[in-house]
Ligand binder design. Sequence first.
Ligand code: PGA
Length: 249
Amino acid sequence: MRKKVIAANWKMNKTSDETRDFFHNFLPLVEGHDRDEIVVCPPYTSVDAALACSKGSNVAIGVQNVHWKAEGAYTGEISAPMLLCLGVKHVIIGHSERRQYFGETDDTVNLRLKTALEAGLTPICCVGEVLEEREAGLTDDVLRRQCVRAFHAISSKKAAKLVVAYEPVWAIGTGKTATPELAAEAHAVIRREAAEVFGEEFAANLRILYGGSVKPDNASSLMAQEEIDGALVGGASLDPKSLAAIVKY
Ligand code: PGA
């Protein structure tokens, strides 16, 4: 049985004060919930507040990116040792907004992924096709390419903590959700690719999350799919009640 992960991607939202407010309201709503792993990924500036508020709770804190170098002249970047020192355990890698707006490529995703795994962080590696690719029938090819390049030169032993998120770009922030069946098909493609690279046993244990307009009212039908091992939630994760409702799908 793969334990599901419900991960919140706050993107560029919430000051540290707003973060404290969120946890004040959210934690009582999910207290004692251990059916699923719960991870909240605030912006860096709110990580400290999030860690302080969630200490001793069932909610882990992650971030939204990591650089592949440990230190150096990389203005504006954050390294794995910095995250470990804070107590961060998870990191989102290769989100489509990073790919779309900040020059992230399959190769830099691979570098970040290797670094996160080396550091003992749990990476949530995002893949997904844009609308034109889906319409052109290229979804499977795109997913396979993104996975092969992301997983390049990583051993199955090193990759043990890997989590993948399937996020069709056309479903992110648009209110359009992939149907559970369509998401499950894409997940199966990703799992097959993981089996090619890391072996069948690894693939059978790999958690693949779905992301893209997950809301309280569609979470249970998505989570009912055997192929779907959790959710990466953007917009609906900003409200404590709505994230709690998704956690309790
Ligand atoms: P959304 O974002 O839930 O707002 O569609 C998901 C994501 O980008 O991870």
